[in-house]
Design a protein. Sequence first.
Length: 229
Amino acid sequence: MVVEDDEATREFLADNLRADSYSVVPAANGHQALSLLEMRTCDLVLLDVVLPDASGFELCRRLRAADGLAQRIDPNIPVIMLSGRASETDRVRGFARGSDDYVTKPFHYPELAARIAAVLRRASGRRARGAIVVGDLRIDPLSRQVTLRGEAIALSAKEYALLHALAGEPMRVFTKEELLRDVWGFISMGATRTLDSHASRLRRKLGNGGRRWIVNVWGVGYRLTDELE
């Protein structure tokens, strides 16, 4: 998907990407992009930072906050931001909102094409890893099914997203800031208790069976472990 309000740039990108054998879904603004993403499956989004109806930063945050169910948008879809803003602050802001790469305008198409290919390779590698197994716990990213000792565990979209994030690096302590940013798309932590509430419900659904699973590291965040109580 190419999200770009400037018609000449949008058509330039679409023509060159099609010449490189990509299928292209063009969008002229943020609203159109979100509507199309609910109906179409895309492998990557080229996202302009300055749009007529939304900031590309905000749109990227909304993509990362999607639950993949009610909105039918994959929150893990790769995003490359395009911007005339070349400052370090803007680049950091883009990555903080969840972009996979940040390309400044004016750009050379061959370099952009190489960056697209690199981001798609990384995304393909993540998908190829298949199911995540931690002890008796199995998480299938493709079907979004979670089983514990062979029995299916029914999770809400955000409970699944939280578990999937923790399972990406078992035993590592994820800070609350990281989880609120990556799972909920929050820019700042504030006084919200949503993470603690979801972690508590997830812990109850997994039970213990002698295992600890979701561990609250006081004052820091959470980690996933299959160690004994």
